[in-house]
Write a new protein. Structure first.
Length: 666
């Protein structure tokens, strides 16, 4: 009997030990599986709750098993709450701080359901991740990005719309492939393949509570393949006999010709990317072919049309059309089972009086007119609409009154410009109605429908580079002020594209040092301009042909900056004009008429603000030689300045504004 009692006690100890080990393992496994989520119980609590479980009698053993099962179910429920909470929250700094505090204070009642609910509500309210279909349903923001869309150019532009006007925008962050975009201005540069675009927005409520919302998109860049775009999906089910849709194709940002057939019959475009066709009952096979050179891409779409047999038969000569006279006649009649079905006919929602023998005559308005036919027979309703576009060829276009408070756009881009080659650079000088400079983040430029990012933006102007296609190019410039008023101008640029390296014209280049009394170092010289040749290469050739060497930073292809030019005895007769010296000396932190070397002239000679600058057709670009492309007839002056361009009319390109140039140029 004693042995039995002893063995029973030993058994109890063994079972208790195994139970403790099992619970500890479950706790550890639960913590690891849920990324170190907040534990519902400490290991000490688990041990104290289960180390003294009695094993006397079958009833007590059954009660122990039931208690263990209930406890495990409660633990599982609480862990599910933690999982749900983790999905609702992202990276709320305050939540992290509270979690850390809870870990440091194990005596706090963490297992309280009310406590968990409060924490969950607080985090879900202040930190939200927008996913999937919530794009349009969330209360914070939407964007123009189409998730998982395929684009063919690396420059990608999108807008962000904040939906709740009662929330103050505290901070907006845009990241591309986990790298933050500094000074986001609406455009980013994609890499080939998948691109993760994340929008992080911090808001502030009126009560001071900080809210955070984020959304991640994927945009795919494919510059190598032909991509077909259409608003149609495969396996369309429709009861409409007429199908309207859009189709286009692009490769590397350039349009690719398309051919559309339905049941082997070709469909012609209505204009641009719009198409319209009649369907037959049953299956319709639509094929889109896009081809360029020897490459062809096909896309097949099946459209299933279920014909709804109508008792009402409509006879009319109406169709969607364009006309050039406002007097318009048409015929319309409806019948069903041999009976005439009365028609109610309206023009632009205004009823039309019945005509003689089902003939009607109306007067159209300028623009789009909609004629609607309605009839009813035995609970069947007939509705047909036709669009008639009336454009008076002799009409004088009305001038739209210009808002005097609209921003003002000034640019050196000329409408109907003729460009030899495929590169065109230009500048814009936008200001609001009060003359305040509008910066590049409120300027949008597109070329043939594709956004163009700026090359440089400073306090004076914003600079752009266009890559043109053969023939006509449509350029749109839009600017807007802080109040949302905008000005838009349209330009056409004609390009004759030639092969790389072919001569596209001549430019005149000179190098001048009048500010130090030396005049022309190289007089105005005509040089050939070649397709896609950077100005840095022209400068390199000009200097070498005239016996000069030079110092630089960067390369001829990137970030080229002319530091100095050299030639034996170059500075032998150097002398700063006295009136210029009187202006330079008091504003320089370092100035000396003897601070130079005899054989070279470059940055920091004579004064701390000295160096080489260049202008094209009288304007000083705010970008370097390696980002400059010249056109036929351009005049380039490379000039030495003693004080940041103020003495040569170029201070504006330094970001200080042209109004701060000195009273004359030397």
């Amino acid at each position: 009997m004693k042995n039995f009692i002893k063995n029973r006690k030993n058994l109890r100890v063994i079972v208790n030990s195994m139970l403790i080990i099992l619970l500890i393992a479950l706790a550890v496994f639960s913590g690891v599986a849920h990324n170190n989520s907040k534990a519902e119980f400490t290991l000490d609590e688990l041990a104290s709750n289960y180390s003294n479980v009695p094993l006397a009698g079958d009833a007590q053993e059954q009660q122990t098993e039931e208690g263990q099962q209930d406890q495990e179910e409660a633990e599982q429920q609480k862990q599910e709450q933690v999982d749900e909470q983790a999905q609702l929250t992202l990276e709320n700094p305050q939540a992290k701080k509270d979690t850390k505090k809870s870990e440091d204070e194990p005596t706090k009642n963490e297992s309280s359901p009310a406590s968990d609910e409060d924490n969950t509500n607080e985090k879900s309210e202040t930190d939200v991740e927008i996913t999937g279909d919530a794009q349009d349903e969330n209360e914070f923001f939407t964007t123009s990005i189409v998730d998982n869309e395929i684009v063919t150019v690396e420059n990608y532009f999108f807008t962000i719309e904040h939906k709740n006007s009662e929330l103050k925008l505290a901070e907006l962050k845009v990241s591309l492939n986990k790298e933050n975009i500094q000074d986001f201005n609406g455009g980013i540069k994609l890499k080939e393949g998948n691109n993760a675009i994340k929008i992080d927005v911090n808001y502030e409520r009126e009560d001071g509570v900080q809210l955070h919302a984020s959304r991640t998109y994927n945009v795919i860049l494919n510059t190598k393949d032909i991509i077909i775009y259409t608003n149609l999906q495969d396996q369309i089910e429709t009861n409409e006999a007429v199908l309207t849709f859009t189709v286009s194709a692009k490769r590397n940002g350039q349009a690719v010709p398309v051919e559309v057939t339905l049941n082997k019959d070709q469909i012609k475009s209505l204009g641009g990317t719009a198409y319209k066709t009649d369907l037959k009952a049953g299956k319709n096979n639509l094929i889109i072919r896009a081809s360029e050179a020897k490459e062809e891409v096909n896309r097949e779409i099946q459209i299933n049309y279920s014909e709804v047999k109508s008792k009402i038969e409509l006879s009319t000569d109406l169709k969607d059309q364009k006309v050039e006279t406002d007097a318009f006649k048409f015929y319309a009649k409806a019948e069903a089972n041999g009976e005439v079905v009365p028609l109610q006919i309206s023009l632009n929602d205004t009823p039309i009086s019945p005509g003689d023998n089902d003939n009607y005559q109306v007067t159209l308005k300028e623009g789009t007119n909609v004629i609607t036919l309605e009839g009813e027979y035995s609970e069947e309703l007939l509705i047909r609409q036709f669009k008639i576009l009336y454009k008076n060829p002799n009409a004088i276009p009305e001038e739209i009154p210009k808002d005097p408070k609209s921003p003002v756009l000034k640019t050196d881009l000329v409408n109907n410009a003729q460009v030899q080659g495929n590169i065109k650079t230009f500048n814009v000088w936008p200001v609001d109605a009060n003359g305040k400079r509008i910066r590049g983040n409120k300027v949008a430029v597109s070329n043939n429908g594709v956004g163009v990012p700026y090359v440089w933006d400073d306090s004076t102007k914003t600079s752009y580079k266009l890559t043109l296609r053969e023939g006509e190019n449509k350029v749109v410039i839009r600017i807007w002020d802080d109040d949302g008023r905008s000005t838009t101008e349209n330009f056409t640029v004609h390009s004759t594209v030639v092969k790389d390296g072919d001569v596209i014209g001549t430019a005149t280049i000179s190098i001048e040092a009048s500010t130090v009394g030396l005049g022309y170092l190289i007089p105005p010289t005509k040089v050939d301009i070649r397709q896609n040749e950077k100005t840095s290469y022209l400068l390199d050739q000009l200097l070498r042909n005239n016996g000069f060497s030079y110092g630089k930073t960067g390369t001829l292809d990137n970030s080229f900056y002319l530091k100095e030019i050299s030639k034996p005895g170059l500075m032998q007769n150097a002398k700063i004009p006295s009136d210029l010296r009187e202006l330079v000396e008091p504003v320089s932190t370092r100035f000396s008429e003897d601070d130079y070397t005899m054989d070279s002239l470059g940055e920091f000679d004579f004064a701390n603000g000295s160096g080489w600058m260049y202008s094209v057709n009288g304007d000083y670009p705010n970008y370097g030689f390696s980002d400059s492309y010249l056109l036929d007839g351009d005049v380039v002056r490379i000039r030495f300045t003693l004080h940041y361009g103020k003495d040569i009319g170029g201070f504006g390109s330094m970001g200080g504004g042209s109004g701060q140039d000195w009273h004359k140029e030397w």
